[in-house]
Structures are given as C-alpha cells and as structure tokens.
Design a protein around this ligand. Structure first.
Ligand code: C5P
Length: 459
C-alpha cells in the first residue's frame, strides 16, 4: 500500500488541500482521507491516486553535485538540499572555504545523508582524483549561492579549490543560483562574467529583487528561493517535451512605470507572475525566449533572455528589437497613458494649487506588432484583463487590436487574480465564434497549457 506524505506534495496542491480542509472543517489528513474514500466510491477499485504517489521518483535516482558558495544565502542552501532530495535526486555537497563561515559541513552532511566535501587535497577522496568523480559522476551540478567570486573563477577557468576544480572538470549541465549585493551584481565585471557563462551554456536561475541581508539594502541580487532552484534543477534533469524547439517566442510582462518626475510614476497592480510563468514554460518547451518585463520583483526564469524596462515606450522599443519571433504573447499591463513632458526635477508642493499634469496616450504595443506587415509574428496573442463584461470586451479587443488570440481573465478585486497565484482564463480566437474556457488553475498550469496550445498552432 502506498503511503502518503502531505509534506512532500507540491506547494500549490498543499495550499489547495489546506483551503479545502478549512472550508470543510477537517484536518488536512482527514481531508485527504475523504478525497481518497470518495475517489474509491466513485470509481470502484482504483489505481493508486496521484496524491498517494507523491513526487515522481525515477527508478535510478539522478545525482546532483551541489556546490555551496560563501555568502549569507548559504543558509538557504541547507534547505535546498532537502528540497532537492524530496524530489528524488541524491545530493552530494561541496562547501567552499568561505561557505564554511556560514554553514557547517556537519549540517550539510546530515541533510544530504552523506559526508560532504571541502578540500581539493583530501587524501580520503583524492587518492583516485575524487574531484573528477564529483564533477562527472553526477547528472547536474548546482551552485547555490553562486557568489560573484565563484562566477568570476568559472568564467575565467580558474581551479584553485575543490569547487572551482569540479566546475572546470565537469561535462554535465551546470545551474547557478547567483546571490550577492546588488552593487556586485550590476558591476561591469560581473555583467561580463555572467554574459560569458551564459555563452558557455551555463544555466542561471535568479537572482531576484528584494531586501538584502545587509540592513537597508534592496535590489537585484537575492538568491532564488530553494523551491525555485529545485524546480529549475528538476527541469534540467528531466527535460520536458520540446515542441517549441527552434521557435522564437517573445513575451511581455508586468506593469509599466510612467514617470511624472524623477521620483514619482504612474503604475498598476500587475505582478508579472503570469507572463513570467509563460516565459518559463516556453523555455522548458524548447523555445528561444525573450521576456520584456516592466518593473517586477520576480527572478529571471531559467534559460530566458530577460530585458527589463520601465515605461511603455521603452517596452515597445525592446519588443521591436527582439523581433523576428514565431509567436508573441503580450501579457504586460501596459499603462494606457503617460504624463506628457515628465518634469526633469521633482515637482514641488506649492500653496497655489495642484500640479497641472497633462496625459498623453502610450503606444499600443500589441496593436503595433499585430498590425505590422513585414515581420509580424505568425501568432500574436493579447491578454484582456477586465473587471466586467469580460467576454464582450475581450471580443472587441481581439478585433480592435488585430491579434490572433485574446486570453481573457477577470481581474476584479474579488477574483484575487491580480497579484495572486491562480487564474481563470478564456481564449477567444479571431477565426472562431467559440470561447474556450478553462477551469481555475495555477498561473504555472495556465502557462504550461497555453504554451502547449501555442506549439500546436505553430505546427
Ligand atoms: O490595456 P488593454 O486592456 O488594452 O490590454 C490588452 C492587451 O494589449 C494586453 O495584451 C496588453 O499587453 C496589450 N497592450 C499593449 N500596449 C498597450 C496597452 C495594451 O501591448 N499600450
């Protein structure tokens, strides 16, 4: 009989279970029992239901060599060991010297259930070139946190300690989860190293924007969360079907910020989550993806070329620069208006009244691209986020903008879609009167299904 560990279910399923259990006044365990019992009654003797199976564990566990670099985010790497192991892989850990200032080899070994490695010249493992085993006897090398120093060494082929020697010797895919102070991340040397590493085929997840461990510091440089890194690792271990291989896909996401003066701007509540999820799904499906995003606090999805912009006009310029594309998906919530002639200096509050702000219309990026003659992507998909008369407004938008599909979603505050993790969408197509409505699902699932539909239509 299969056993069920609720802790091992994915986060979305756990969250749904908790909500369902609370609604029915049951414990989560009782709720699972009820679901299983009902499934049994409905279907007669069933095969073991999915929830009982837990995460798919390959018969021969894949092996990951995890290199923990020396940064404060190293404490999250301990959790990453668990998040990786609960998905099936065996994890062997290497700690750099600097990493041992933040976490101990004992903690890493206890979590990995195997002694971790720290020394290039360790006689217990180097009698037969153990660093080569660590480098090649695995299916994937993950570096988390990938410090500026480790990345600089990698980019230049240095190998003066166990971690860098393994990284130089490996012929397996390498996934980096960078973490550093924003000033180090934006430094020209790091930019050069990142570009070179990407060119060398190294995969990156993150960093994301947010607060730093340093007091009062924020910006891009936070290491991605362990679950995000684990997801990226699992994707690299089990490459999904790649129906978009050889295709170029362009995606816009997030809000735009329209400056009023150097410190103020007009914006909206878009989180960018749906657009980022579509970009990640398209990359997993094998596409070459460019994601042009307004200001959001989300990490770069793995293997996506992310172009960050502020305003609608910048977004249009970067979208045009990213063409040609086979498909373009416009999920951004572009501000309709900008302030005409934004002030060069901060507008001062005066006693004699309010500032006289004049608005100007922003370019409609979707319509501009959809109505292009030459260089129009074969499939142009727009989004219609509406708070009322969803389908009627979406149909009108489909016609007005000249796109092929509109993905319509209800973003009224009661729907919880804006900023939330779930979405209910309806697809309208130019050459069909029908509306394809999907049940409520996570933005991730919407992304996967949408990408599958897009791949189908490009065939
Ligand atoms: O804002 P609106 O409801 O018109 O947005 C519908 C679609 O048009 C979305 O796909 C959005 O990304 C796109 N859009 C755009 N440029 C604008 C306004 C909207 O690309 N200026």
């Amino acid at each position: 009989m299969a056993s069920l560990t609720v802790r091992k279910l994915d986060d979305d399923l756990k969250a749904r279970l908790r909500v369902r259990a609370a609604r029915n006044g049951r414990s989560v365990e009782d709720e699972v029992r009820t679901i299983l019992r009902e499934a049994g009654e409905d279907a007669g003797p069933p095969p073991a239901p999915d929830v009982a199976a837990g995460p798919a564990v390959p018969s021969v566990a894949p092996r990951i060599t995890l290199i923990i670099g020396g940064g404060i985010a190293a404490y999250k790497a301990l959790d990453l060991i668990r998040r990786l192991k609960e998905r099936g892989p065996e994890v062997r850990v290497i700690l750099t010297r600097a990493a041992q200032q933040f976490v101990t080899p004992l903690a890493a070994s206890a979590l990995a259930h195997t002694p971790c490695h720290t020394d290039l010249f360790d006689p217990r493992s180097e009698f037969d070139a153990g660093h080569i085993r660590l480098a090649r006897g695995c299916d994937l090398v993950v570096v988390a946190p990938a410090t500026a120093d480790l990345m600089a060494k990698m980019a230049n082929g240095l190998a003066d300690d166990l971690a860098s020697a393994v990284l130089l010797a490996t012929d397996r895919p390498v996934l980096l989860a960078p973490a550093m102070n924003p000033a180090m991340w934006t430094n020209a040397a790091t930019r050069r190293n990142v570009a070179r590493l990407k060119q060398d085929g190294v995969h990156l997840v993150g960093p994301s924007a947010g607060e730093m461990a340093e007091a009062n510091e924020a910006g891009v440089g936070r290491m991605s969360e362990p679950t995000e890194i684990a997801l990226a690792a699992m994707t690299l271990l089990k490459p999904a079907a790649t129906p978009l291989k050889g295709r170029r896909v362009l995606i816009t996401a997030g809000p735009t910020h329209e400056p009023i003066d150097p410190v103020r701007y007009i914006a909206n509540r878009s989180s960018g989550k749906q657009g980022f999820a579509i970009a990640a799904a398209a990359a997993r499906a094998g596409a070459e993806v460019t994601l042009v995003s307004g200001p959001v606090g989300l990490a770069d999805p793995a293997d996506v070329n992310v172009v960050r912009v502020e305003s609608a006009r910048e977004m249009l310029a970067k979208v045009e620069a990213a063409l040609p594309a086979d498909a373009a998906i416009f999920a951004a919530a572009v501000a309709d208006w900008r302030v005409a002639g934004a002030a060069a200096q901060k507008i001062k509050k005066t006693v004699d009244g309010l500032p006289d702000l004049k608005l100007a219309e922003n370019p409609d990026i979707l319509a501009t691209i959809a109505k292009r003659g030459e260089g129009r992507p074969r499939l142009v998909v727009g989004f219609a986020a509406e708070t009322e008369n969803l389908i009627a407004h979406a149909r009108a938008k489909l016609m007005r903008k000249g796109c092929d599909w509109i993905v319509a979603n209800d973003v009224s505050p009661a729907s919880g879609v804006m900023g939330g993790d779930r979405n209910v969408i309806h697809i309208l197509m130019r050459d069909s009167e029908e509306v394809e409505s999907w049940p409520a699902m996570s933005k991730q699932e919407v992304a996967d299904r949408l990408v599958a539909r897009i791949a189908q239509s490009l065939q």
